[in-house]
Design a binder for this molecule. Structure first.
Ligand SMILES: [Zn+2]
Length: 236
């Protein structure tokens, strides 16, 4: 087993434990990914199950197909490959949007449908990294294979909170931290650091979710009765 396949296995395991990913893994891919895979002769139908360690399902949307088609001749093979994949419904039935926008909307703020996003688009990758719990797959051009990005810090934090939540409901403060991790992502293009995220962030930092360890079931607190004092009070 190579070093990278070992780390992939670990990453996939983390996504399944922390975010409930289950095979068959849905690989939502865009045209650039298809094109790069074809150019580098990466047989994604064989390589993806190997990368993820289990059954995968290639999925696209109507927007993605139209987007690829609109790119013309260079993308013909990519289009054919994408066309053979399973179609997923998206919210743009009446007015198709770019692959970037479609994938962004489909994944949403929480990736509830557990998509793995396969793309070569740096902007889309960047966007997906801001959302906790989105595995990002890419064609490793140098090695002529596929890669799975390591989990982001944000994903790791949410993963730990999810694990804590399994044991017992989160208290108010921790729940607020979790919500902040999901809502922190800004609309692209708009404000970055400048606007005023600072005070919010500071609030979040109050409790470090990583510092909070899972607690085992506590034994009920020991009875406080002190026989001596109760004896003295009874005297009165
Ligand atoms: Zn769409």
């Amino acid at each position: 087993m190579t070093k990278s396949s070992r780390s992939n296995k670990k990453t996939v395991h983390a996504y399944s434990v922390g975010f409930g990913f289950r095979p068959p893994y849905q690989i939502l891919m865009d045209g650039d990914f298809c094109k790069a895979a074809l150019e580098k002769q990466v047989y994604i139908k064989d390589e993806l199950p190997f990368l993820m360690g289990d059954v995968t399902r290639l999925v696209v949307t109507e927007c993605i197909l139209q987007d690829i088609k609109s790119k013309g001749h260079d993308f013909t093979s990519a289009y054919i490959l994408a066309k053979k994949s399973e179609a997923r419904r998206c919210p743009h039935k009446d007015s198709p949007v770019s692959s970037y926008q479609c994938i962004r909307d489909l994944v949403g703020a929480e990736n509830k449908l557990h998509f793995c996003v396969a793309t070569q688009n740096p902007k889309l990758k960047d966007r997906m990294r801001k959302i906790p719990g989105v595995p990002i797959i890419y064609v490793n051009v140098k090695q002529q294979g596929l890669g799975l990005e390591p989990m982001t810090e944000k994903s790791k934090q949410v993963m730990r909170l999810n694990e804590m939540e399994k044991v017992k409901p989160l208290d108010k403060d921790t729940l607020r931290i979790k919500r902040a991790l999901f809502s922190n992502e800004e609309e692209e293009g708009k404000k970055t650091e400048s606007h005023k995220p600072q005070p919010k962030k500071r609030k979040v930092k109050g409790v470090n979710p990583l510092a909070m360890k899972k607690k085992k079931k506590k034994a009920p607190p020991a009875p406080k009765k002190k026989t001596d004092s109760s004896a003295t009070t009874e005297k009165k």
